[in-house]
Design a binder for this molecule. Structure first.
Ligand code: GAL
Length: 351
């Protein structure tokens, strides 16, 4: 009876998901007993009983922290394309994706996860709004036996240990920070335009709750120091990955510190694109009297690096991260053993 109720409710929720075209998931405390595809045995599974037998439909719930984020938009588009084109034709399975916008609000995203569970998703891919809430998501998915793959925002190792159908797919942000610092060291004057033996820099940070922001901030500077340079931090503030905020902060820093600023590090390209506008508005010129670094290798940023308007960026490989996340999600769904962490390398982009 409870099961029938859950199925009816699940069907109703699917309709409402479809009706609102990926809008807000209704919150629900419905029992989540309707996840048949996720109960596959752990070891070898005969073809006819795999959750992914040819002709099947697999329901994938994807929660993105915020649609209004340049990098995560590329990532989500590749996830969709990879499931619906590559994997669908390779496996002969229909992947029914429900992709939700967390709008930067953890409470809203938690409701969306409840909605995924109530509507019987087979597997969930989650880009947390706040990685500190990952344990709650794991507990909910574990209770419903729905594998959950975290992407982009790394949960703690402790949270990943809570269940064996949980993994994190991402990149090691320490590497991207180190690459930013190394790109500066590879320039002719090693970032020291005025020759005083000190690199005076501005740091424009992403959301500081995100380890990507923390590590890029720390390791870019560590690379300079490891390379034997002295550093001076003139200014460090958060612009939450956002281009307009990046422009505003870079402008504030350049107005306040003028020619003292030799390098502007941005934790991502969106903020670097904003900083580039502020650099031009302040009559400065990248490569001649200031350096500018980003991360992600957005197309615009790559073009600016080619044109000499940015010193360098670091490829945050959304294509391989998206494909790995999808592959790991299906492995978990098939009952195969999965690792805790899957890491995709960053790549320096300087020309
Ligand atoms: C980072 C990326 C940023 C932003 C952030 C969101 O990896 O470099 O641009 O998308 O993830 O968590």
């Amino acid at each position: 009876m409870r099961k029938i109720f859950a199925s009816v409710l699940a069907a109703a929720m699917i309709l409402s998901f479809a009706a609102c075209g990926g809008g807000n998931a209704p919150s629900s405390s419905a029992p989540a007993s309707s996840a048949p595809a996720s109960s596959a045995p752990a070891e070898s599974t005969p073809a006819e009983s795999t959750p992914e037998a040819s002709g099947d439909t697999v329901k994938v719930g994807i929660a993105i922290y915020k649609f209004d984020d340049n990098f995560m938009t590329l990532y989500r588009n590749e996830l969709k394309r990879y499931f619906e084109e590559d994997l669908a034709s390779k496996n002969g399975v229909t992947y029914e994706l429900t992709i939700m916008d967390g709008k930067g609000d953890q409470a809203e995203q938690t409701n969306q996860i409840d909605g995924f569970i109530a509507s019987g998703m087979d597997v969930i891919i989650c880009n947390m709004v706040q990685s500190s809430s990952a344990a709650t998501v794991v507990e909910k998915c574990k209770a419903a036996d729905i594998p959950v793959i975290f992407i982009n925002r790394e949960p703690s190792a402790e949270d990943l240990e809570l269940w064996d159908k949980v993994a994190y797919v991402g990149a090691d942000a320490r590497q991207s920070g180190t690459f930013q610092g190394e790109i500066v060291l590879e320039t002719e004057n090693k970032g020291d335009f005025n020759g005083d033996g000190v690199i005076s820099y501005v740091m424009i940070m992403g959301d500081p709750e995100n380890v990507d922001a923390q590590y890029r901030t720390e390791f870019s500077i560590k690379a300079l120091e490891d390379g034997g340079m002295k550093v001076e931090k003139l200014f460090e503030q958060r612009a939450d990955w956002d281009q307009a905020k990046g422009q505003e902060l870079a402008n504030t820093a350049l107005t306040q510190f003028g020619d003292q600023v030799e390098v502007i590090f941005c934790n991502n390209d969106a903020m670097a694109l904003g900083a580039a506008q502020a650099i031009a508005a302040n009559g400065r010129k990248v490569g001649e009297n200031i350096y500018l670094l980003g991360v992600d290798a957005l197309e615009e940023a790559q073009q600016m690096v080619k044109d000499g308007e940015m010193t360098g960026t670091v490829l945050n490989d959304h294509i391989n991260q998206a494909r790995t996340a999808a592959d790991v999600a299906l492995k978990a769904l098939n009952g195969e053993t999965i690792e805790k962490n899957y890491t995709v390398d960053y790549v320096k982009v300087t020309g």
